[in-house]
Design a protein around this ligand. Sequence first.
Ligand SMILES: [Zn+2]
Ligand SMILES: [Zn+2]
Length: 141
Amino acid sequence: MESKASCNCGAVTLTLKYTDATKLRSILCHCVNCAKSSGSVGSNYIIVPRTTVSVEGDLTTYVDLKCESGLPLQRKFCGACGSPVMAYSAKLGDALCIIRATMVSIPVKPAAHTYLRNAPEWMPRVEGTSGFKGAFGGETM
Ligand SMILES: [Zn+2]
Ligand SMILES: [Zn+2]
């Protein structure tokens, strides 16, 4: 299957190829930097192999050196409208993170909340997800 997405203004479009939407991995990251980058309670990522994603249009890159993981994270966004589009760090190997907001047509549910300790108290958890205080795989809450 193929799903197309775009930033808010449409200058950047992204195409994702996948076979089964239920096998796509998704997380909700509430770390301070993801919250600032998204302008909300965090970023919802879909993690996919790089080779399945193609981008048209110009992305601007901000190298985030202050991530709690300690690894530089490349945050790629549309320079015209500011919409976050994707993110990448060396930890991801040959995968990258697509920002869920650009892929609204894909029915993929997050499997985990990360950095939940930073999420606002009023924020509900997605049913059936695991919640980590910090990074994925660490202490749960
Ligand atoms: Zn745009
Ligand atoms: Zn984060």
